[in-house]
Design a protein around this ligand. Structure first.
Ligand SMILES: *[C@@H]1O[C@H](CO)[C@@H](O)[C@H](O)[C@H]1NC(C)=O
Ligand SMILES: *[C@@H]1O[C@H](CO)[C@@H](O)[C@H](O)[C@H]1NC(C)=O
Ligand SMILES: *[C@@H]1O[C@H](CO)[C@@H](O)[C@H](O)[C@H]1NC(C)=O
Length: 355
């Protein structure tokens, strides 16, 4: 038993590392906000809530002496200058060179030919990952209508996702992870027609996750480590994602049987630490492409379904810290390619030593 526990911890550590690796690692060098900064953010937020949506207090005027290669880059200039005004701490000085007409030369800003007009350069990507920047996202970012990638992980952005993000019809990857965004699930993302990769993990979003999220044609959903709280909806299985990580929220309820509908696409599902109370549905055995299954730290009951033995692609299985009872189906161990990754143990299950 003791050894199992130790083993549990080890595998748990690996899963944690893997998660961190997926996230690109998070800087822990985040400086605390000073009182003045916090006060300023609060005031800006008040402005935001006072306006319906739109102006949060930025005031970009374009110097008439600036000339831009095309109107879209002029619009991008306005968006980026408004954003610069909404930034109150930039310890790495990443936006220090956000000056002048040449937005394609700004740090973290990437230009490409427009999809609908290869003759013009447009802003197609923003990457300010690990910038440790404090501030918020102004509505003017909706002017970046050619944006395909928006990556700002590991900063200190707070507030909400601007409503005008609904203008970003080409946005393909949205990574807001490891920031200080709060409030309800940013519904605006549900209306982004090109979105495939949604990563809002490690923020302070709360409340329900709209069930429409699982009807959306996404490839990856990372919403772990927030404060979401709701019952997993029965349409979860409609999602065509290959990776879904819901860990460390306060989801409740059952693991829906519709999960079995994800058999063609699902590679990884992590439902760890969510207060799930049900048994694991046998349909889980239909997930032939699954390589990672983690339902640890919930209150799942009943036996492990025999069908788990059918998961021939599985490399990591973590069912520890639940209320499972009975024996582990023998074939599970036979099925796992790297059996050292098998993790059961804890709380009542009769477990043999890991193979
Ligand atoms: C915006 O800035 C311009 C120039 O700095 C100033 O004249 C104008 O009054 C400002 N408008 C607002 C609403 O603050
Ligand atoms: C920030 O970067 C700009 C432009 O690269 C530079 O002019 C400025 O001196 C830098 N500021 C600090 C505090 O390093
Ligand atoms: C999805 O799963 C549910 C529950 O297992 C099932 O009733 C439904 O027919 C499935 N839908 C599709 C499209 O496979």
């Amino acid at each position: 038993m003791k050894r199992n526990k130790l083993h549990s911890l080890l595998v748990f550590a690996c899963v944690a590392c893997a998660l961190a690796a997926v996230g690109g690692g998070f800087s822990d060098s985040s400086h605390g906000l000073t009182d003045a900064e916090a006060g300023y953010i609060r005031q800006r937020q008040l402005l935001y809530y006072r306006d319906e949506f739109g102006d949060r207090g930025e005031n970009v005027t374009v110097d008439p002496s600036l000339s831009f290669p095309n109107p879209r880059l002029r619009a991008a200039y306005i968006a980026l200058q408004a954003w610069k005004q909404a930034i109150l701490s930039d310890p790495r000085n990443l936006t220090g060179d956000w000056v002048g007409w040449n937005v394609c030369g700004y740090t973290g800003v990437f230009c490409a030919r427009a999809l609908d007009d290869p003759g013009v350069q447009v802003v197609a990507g923003i990457d300010l990952n690990h910038g440790d920047i404090a501030g918020y996202l102004p509505e003017e970012l909706g002017l970046l209508t050619d944006l395909a990638l928006f990556h700002i992980n590991s900063n200190r952005f707070c507030g909400t996702v601007p409503q005008k993000f609904d203008k970003l019809k080409l946005l393909f990857e949205l990574d807001l992870s490891n920031n200080r965004f709060a409030g309800k699930f940013p519904r605006v993302v549900l209306g982004l027609p090109a979105l495939k990769f949604l990563d809002i993990r490690y923020n302070e979003f709360e409340g329900k996750v709209p069930r429409e999220l699982f009807d959306k044609d996404l490839d990856a959903i990372f919403i772990n480590h927030n404060r979401f709280s709701f019952d997993l909806p029965d349409n979860l299985g409609n999602s065509p994602v290959s990776v879904i990580v819901l860990a460390n929220n306060r989801f409740r309820g059952c693991v829906p049987a519709s999960l079995g509908n994800m058999s063609k696409t699902l590679n990884e599902i992590i439902l760890m630490n969510n207060g799930l109370r049900s048994c694991l549905p046998p349909e889980i055995g239909l997930l032939k492409a699954l390589t990672v299954l983690d339902v640890s730290y919930n209150e799942l009951v009943g036996p492990l379904p025999e069908s788990l033995a059918g998961l021939r692609s599985l490399e990591q299985l973590n069912v520890a810290h639940n209320l499972f009872s009975g024996k582990i189906p023998e074939d599970i161990c036979a099925g796992i390619r790297r059996p050292q990754e098998l993790l059961a143990g804890a709380s009542g299950a009769e477990v043999g030593e890991p193979v």
